[in-house]
Write a protein that binds this ligand. Structure first.
Ligand code: SF4
Length: 198
């Protein structure tokens, strides 16, 4: 008997703008969409209906960006996907996940989020993501999502994805060198003492 293969996953960015300035990406240079440039929700309804027919229920619809939480209709899009029995998944840099957003995400119909976390070191993550404070926001987002997942007792996966770059250490070294160039003699001595103790 002839077997028909069905797609199981798609990755369709819903906007290209972003609030971070990552070393490996220029999406932050793309201006935000104006309201009249957004795909109307009625079109999303038709799209998800067709997708369900082609791919079947349970199809994983990943929503990346730019940063998808900047999209003014993000929660409606998730809701329509869910209504059509697809499995919506959000890929986010997590910097916009406040208490209120975490609560809404858990209740939205998503089955999971994947969050970008490039290092266990705050300095390295913030360096790659181009904005100080991003690492702390990621940890806050994970804590909040875990809290609401437990509160509402829902099945919700929190995944982590990382970008590995060869350039990181070289750039960090350069940054450190620049810092060293501006150090006073006393600061250099203090640093040398610390290094010798390691
Ligand atoms: S968070 Fe993602 S979309 Fe935004 S600048 Fe970084 S890599 Fe690009």
């Amino acid at each position: 008997m002839k077997q028909h293969l069905k797609p199981v996953y798609s990755d369709i960015g819903i906007l290209e703008s972003c609030n971070l300035k990552c070393k490996m990406c220029k999406m932050y240079e793309i201006p935000s969409l104006k309201n009249n440039q957004l795909i109307p929700l009625k079109r999303w309804e038709l799209f998800f209906k067709d997708l369900k027919e082609i791919a079947g229920e349970g199809f994983v619809f990943n929503i990346p960006g730019g940063e998808p939480l900047l999209h003014p209709n993000i929660f409606d899009i998730i809701k329509i996907a869910k209504k059509n029995k697809l499995k919506p998944l959000l890929s986010t840099n997590a910097s916009l996940i406040t208490n209120n957003i975490a609560d809404k995400l858990i209740k939205s119909g998503l089955f999971a989020v994947t969050i970008s976390l490039d290092s266990s070191l705050e300095k390295t993550h913030d360096f790659i993501r181009g904005k100080v404070g991003t690492y702390k926001k990621v940890l806050r987002a994970i804590r909040l999502l875990s809290f609401y997942r437990k509160l509402y007792n829902v099945q919700f996966d929190i995944g982590i994805q990382a970008v590995i770059q060869e350039v990181i250490e070289e750039e960090e070294d350069e940054e450190e060198k620049e810092n060293e160039d501006t150090m006073t003699r006393d600061e250099r001595r203090a640093k040398a003492r610390l290094v010798n103790r390691k």
